[in-house]
Design a protein around this ligand. Structure first.
Ligand SMILES: [Zn+2]
Length: 262
């Protein structure tokens, strides 16, 4: 994944996505926004106690930097589900230019052009998908709960079902989130995770690798290893550049993963 810096803001972009020239996309960081106080920076979360005008200005800056159609941008109220919503023309602008009724939804998918899909996170793993053949995109929020529910794999299955996508054509980008360096659990609590993604660090502590869990699920879903681009950026280690819920608790903003078909 490569860095794109502009006007003091930092984005991560997936090279395979860029090479298709079919989408505008990026994973945002916290650098360079207008939010201030404890959530200073480019906060994209409307529900974290930030001034809504500041959040809207941050969206405007991101839209300008990445070439997005701001008024058609779609957001959901994410609640760690495995629900993925197919975005229709009536949904355009929900959460930005009109109220959103898209609730309990952690994934957005569409084949509509000019409609940016956004998921936000602060340690959770954002996933972006693009099938350049069928011209279908998806944005998915996969925290550890969503990862256990295999939301990434479900997104691929839905692309096959709804749009006849071939998994071999699908590109995926796994964005910045909490890494296997920092995702610590008590040994007992980690029993919910498949053991191959859990590494013991002391008799009662373990580290869990949800990056690799997501990558593994996408391979299971039929994606080619060369088509899965993993940022490898840990939001806890890089907390000066990214919002981190584990680090800042309730006083944290949200970064976004955004994608729009051109
Ligand atoms: Zn880390």
């Amino acid at each position: 994944m490569q860095q794109y810096k502009t006007n003091g803001r930092l984005y991560l972009q997936s090279e395979p996505f860029l090479l298709t020239r079919r989408v505008s996309h990026g994973f945002t960081s916290r650098l360079g926004g207008v939010s201030h106080g404890k959530i200073e920076g480019l906060n994209l979360g409307f529900r974290v106690g930030d001034n809504p005008d500041d959040v809207m200005e941050n969206y405007r800056l991101v839209a300008e930097d990445l070439g997005l159609n701001l008024s058609h941008t779609v957001l959901a109220k994410q609640t760690h589900t495995d629900c993925i919503r197919l975005i229709t023309p009536e949904d355009m602008g929900k959460g930005i230019s009109k109220p959103s009724d898209i609730e309990d939804t952690d994934g957005l998918m569409t084949n509509l052009k000019g409609v940016p899909l956004v998921v936000f996170s602060a340690d959770c793993i954002p996933l972006l998908f693009l099938d350049p053949e069928k011209e279908v995109i998806a944005a998915v929020h996969a925290g550890w709960r969503g990862t256990l529910k295999e939301i990434g794999k479900k997104a691929v299955a839905m692309m096959e079902r709804e749009f006849d996508c071939n998994p071999q054509d699908i590109l995926a980008a796994i964005g910045p989130g909490i890494g296997p360096c920092c995702f610590a659990f008590g040994k007992k609590d980690a029993e919910i995770f498949p053991p191959e993604f859990v590494r013991e660090t002391s008799p009662d502590k373990v580290l869990v690798d949800i990056w690799e869990m997501n990558r593994n699920q996408l391979l299971d879903a039929g994606l080619s290893p060369k088509n899965i681009d993993m940022s490898g950026v840990c939001t806890v280690c890089q907390q000066h550049q990214f919002y981190s819920y584990r680090t800042h608790k309730e006083h944290t903003g949200r970064q976004g993963a955004v994608i729009m078909l051109r």
